[in-house]
Design a protein around this ligand. Structure first.
Ligand SMILES: Nc1nc2c(ncn2[C@@H]2O[C@H](COP(=O)(O)OP(=O)(O)O)[C@@H](O)[C@H]2O)c(=O)[nH]1
Ligand SMILES: [Mg+2]
Length: 305
């Protein structure tokens, strides 16, 4: 055998499976998913609870396919129909998975992190990903931190990463593959997600609300796609930003409509990048009192499926 030309892992069986990415809000789960997949399919912001529903990301490499499930961070805050739907989504995301990546922030593990760890079945292989290591001045400080977490349960691997910079994200993938079952790929090699473009469009617009509005307002808003038409390489999308009160509508629109314009422009750019084609995007703002507590409305947006 010629070791130099034999492709690595050529004799290995193909593996495939589903892996949940869990962790408390804001540790970088969605950033990690996007880094793994190499495209922005899950929205991110510096505010907790940006992700509200499950998003899948598919990674195909020679010999293996991993379907990652990004979950909302587990909510311990106030009780609303929306928050309960988000927590169902976390628990649901853990059903039927082959392995879990539990994400924590370097040097931080508090009660909220421990609550997430408590949800993980003992017999499930768990990889601990210690994220945001790029913020550390001295990586040596990770050692005692990792030692403390390693005492909490058995981990299949513990891997310091930086989702933002991409550092060691491939090593994480390398550690995941052996945990999957032998079997054929579950999706086409060029699929990157199972969610549809209509959902992704709503999410990309919602991300701009989290990034461009103040601290409180994003939580009072959501997005509904009214129309999604594809004509060749052009997508025509009509979307509503839904707010809870009249006063919030004025803030979203901004002086002379500037705020709404910035939100729509940034969203359109992201959509064009992700969909690989031109997007014509029209955005309105509408008031719908108590939307976060309206079962019927949330169901229409796809929550609690
Ligand atoms: N410095 C640094 N920031 C990160 C990293 N990963 C994520 N973030 C930031 O942390 C915040 C939360 O990220 P997000 O992916 O939305 O977290 P999630 O709530 O766990 O999905 C965002 O502002 C990200 O840019 C990282 O590796 N390093
Ligand atoms: Mg997220």
């Amino acid at each position: 055998m010629n070791l130099q030309t034999a492709p690595e892992g050529a004799a290995q069986p193909h593996r495939a499976g589903t892996v949940a990415i869990v962790g408390r809000p804001n540790v970088g789960k969605s950033t990690l998913l996007n880094r793994l997949v190499g495209a922005k399919i899950s929205i991110t912001s510096d505010k907790p609870q940006t992700t509200r529903q499950q998003v899948t990301g598919i990674v195909t490499r020679p010999g293996a396919q991993v379907v990652f499930v990004d979950t909302p961070g587990y909510q311990t805050g106030h009780d609303s129909v929306l928050n309960r739907a988000m927590n169902r989504s976390v628990a649901g995301g853990l059903q039927g998975v082959d392995a879990v990546v539990w994400v924590v922030e370097a040097l931080v593990c508090d009660g909220r992190d421990e609550a997430v760890a408590g949800l993980l079945r003992r017999d499930l292989p768990v990889i601990l990903a210690v994220n945001k290591t790029d913020t550390l001045k001295d990586r040596k400080r990770l050692l005692p931190f990792i030692a403390r977490l390693a005492g909490m349960r058995d981990f299949a691997a513990v891997i310091p990463v930086s989702a933002a910079k991409g550092w060691q994200v491939n090593d994480l993938l390398d550690a995941i593959v052996p945990l999957l079952r032998e079997g054929p790929p579950l999706h086409d090699a060029d699929d990157i997600t199972t969610v549809n473009e209509r959902f992704l469009a709503a999410e990309l617009l919602r991300e701009k609300l989290f990034r461009l509005l103040g601290d409180e307002l994003p939580y009072a808003t959501t997005v509904e796609i009214e129309q999604f038409k594809e004509d060749g390489n052009l997508r025509s999308i009509q979307a509503s930003i839904v707010v809870d009160r009249e006063g919030q509508k004025a803030i979203v629109i901004g002086k002379g409509g500037q705020k709404l314009k910035a939100i729509a422009t940034e969203a359109r750019r992201d959509m064009e990048r992700l969909f690989g084609g031109k997007v014509f995007l029209e955005v309105w703002v509408k008031v719908r009192r108590g939307w976060a507590d309206s079962e019927a409305f949330l169901r229409r947006l796809g929550y609690g499926n």
